[in-house]
Design a protein around this ligand. Structure first.
Ligand SMILES: [Zn+2]
Length: 346
């Protein structure tokens, strides 16, 4: 019989555990103390959230990856279930990508995951801080998952816009967004791209800087060839550019085109059937805006003149073109004027 002294250092305990332990090949030396936690235990500790009656199907994409797909529509349609969330399941825990638009939806997503794994949720990667992707975060925080956000999200968290949006959603998404719903501060803001391994699966977080929002990140799982793109890639429709930094956006899209992708899960809508084509379409659109509006800024042509003279035929047939294109073009025009001034000042 072995006597284990309470004061025995952790390393020695690990050593003893290793001698008597499982039949699997030896774990790497750097591995932390095994966590007794399970998803079942996490769910048991989960707070109560108002039940939500939406259709949510957990779709399996590849060996490790899953996602749930929100319905098409505006933010308050379908009980707020209009964005996607992903999960990467490994032998040592689950990594979540985005947290859905209400805590109730996140809680439902977690229960769906329980059908395929009992591994605890370790990390949540937040593509960007927009309401439809973050109100579920408190569920994961309470579970003890590490929440990782892009650096620019700070600007959103502290903003009046964020506070006003939450207040508005407490009405429009009542009872699922209520007085207990809050904007979760992440455990970490990423300023640099990051790669990590969990359960033998590699994770690559790309940091885009300000692209679609104040800060955007994507998650790539090379073993599976799966990219979770957040809102920077739009499948089969004209993207909403807003005050995005299209220069950064374009750089990242070009890098992505060289990756070998089996699947691409966007922030909204179905997984892209042809990932390369989806990236290429978004890239060509952003490029077109920047070329046309960059030329106008350089030649000091007026926006209206440049817009009218441009050939938009490659994109005019796409959904949301009439709604978004002129506004997108104008945003890019303003940005290109500033970029032009910067170049002139150098
Ligand atoms: Zn979104």
């Amino acid at each position: 019989m072995r006597i284990v002294f309470p004061a025995l250092p952790v390393l020695a305990l690990l050593f003893v555990a290793g001698l008597t332990g499982c039949e699997r090949t030896a774990p790497p030396a750097t591995r932390a103390t095994p966590d007794p936690d399970t998803l079942t235990a996490q769910i048991a500790r989960m707070a109560d959230y108002p039940a939500v009656d939406v259709e949510m199907t957990l779709r399996n994409v590849s060996a490790h990856t899953y996602y749930v797909q929100g319905a098409a529509g505006v933010a308050t349609d379908n009980a707020g279930f209009i964005s996607n969330a992903g999960a990467v399941v490994t032998d040592e825990g689950v990594v979540i990508f985005d947290a859905l638009g209400t805590p109730s939806l996140a809680a439902l997503f977690v229960r769906k995951l329980r059908a395929v794994t009992d591994q605890p949720i370790r990390k949540v990667i937040v593509s960007h801080y927009h309401a439809d992707h973050i109100y579920g975060l408190q569920v994961f925080r309470d579970m003890g998952a590490e929440i990782i956000a892009p650096a620019g999200a700070m600007a959103y968290i502290d903003s009046d816009i964020a506070a006003e949006r939450l207040e508005e959603r407490q009405f429009s998404l009542d009872p699922w967004v209520n007085e207990k719903t809050y904007i979760v501060n992440p455990d970490r803001f990423l300023r640099e791209p990051e790669t990590f391994t969990l359960g033998g699966v590699e994770f690559v977080i790309s940091l885009l800087g300000a692209a679609h929002s104040d800060g955007d990140m994507t998650l790539y799982v090379p073993d599976d060839g799966v990219l979770f793109s957040g809102d920077i890639i739009f499948e089969g429709r004209v993207p909403y550019v807003g005050d995005a930094n299209t220069r950064n956006w374009l750089v990242v899209l070009k890098q992505m085109e060289t990756r070998k992708l089996a699947a691409l899960i966007p922030g909204h809508g179905p997984a892209a059937k042809d990932p390369t084509q989806a990236i290429s379409l978004t890239r060509r659109y952003i490029e077109k805006l920047r070329t046309v509006m960059g030329k106008a800024a350089y030649e000091m042509t007026s926006f209206d003149e440049a817009y009218a003279a441009a050939d938009w035929s490659e994109f005019a047939h796409l959904p949301a073109f009439d709604l978004a294109n002129r506004r997108n073009a104008y945003q890019v025009f303003l940005a290109m004027e500033i970029e032009e001034a910067e170049v002139g000042a150098e």
